[in-house]
Design a binder for this molecule. Structure first.
Ligand code: HEM
Length: 124
């Protein structure tokens, strides 16, 4: 069970790297955004994240529900923005920067929340 959990964390971190990496590397672009990679990475984040939540209950180590809810909403926002941008880009539309920056920005916020939203870190 522990090995399964750590393997899921590995895939979760790889998905995060693709998502945040695609954003940072293409931040100055004005067109041809990597929406497809971001869409699949967001799907990986949602799938592995939900499985990790299930596993932590199975391992009697319940996660912080407020943190998980916020992460779930933000990751859904990433997916929706990437899907909308991808569909519009396929139709040849321009001015898709807001979709790219929404998807990438929400992913970065989720990364910060994942690492810094930890009650023990803020107990002085
Ligand atoms: C853009 C989306 C996401 C990003 C960038 C992200 C990022 C991360 C990172 C960096 C970690 C490791 C944190 C650490 O161990 O200090 C993590 C862990 C975790 N994430 Fe996500 N995450 C995302 C979406 C989600 C979603 C949607 C869920 C659940 C619905 C989720 C559930 C979890 C759980 C349960 C862990 C803890 C694993 C453990 O116990 O070590 N994540 N996430």
């Amino acid at each position: 069970m522990e090995l399964l959990k750590e393997s899921l964390v590995l895939v979760h971190l790889a998905g995060m790297a693709v998502l945040v990496g695609a954003f940072i590397l293409n931040m100055r672009r004005k067109n041809d955004f990597p929406f497809t990679a971001m869409m699949w990475a967001a799907i990986v984040q949602l799938a592995t994240g939900i499985l990790l939540v299930g596993l932590s209950y199975a391992l009697d180590d319940a996660p912080d529900n407020a943190k998980i809810t916020v992460k779930l909403l933000l990751a859904t926002g990433v997916l929706v923005a990437a899907m909308l941008g991808r569909a519009r880009q396929a139709k040849g539309e321009s001015k898709l920067q807001p979709f790219f920056h929404t998807a990438g920005g929400l992913a970065v916020i989720n990364l910060v929340i994942a690492v810094l939203w930890n009650a023990e870190l803020w107990a002085f």
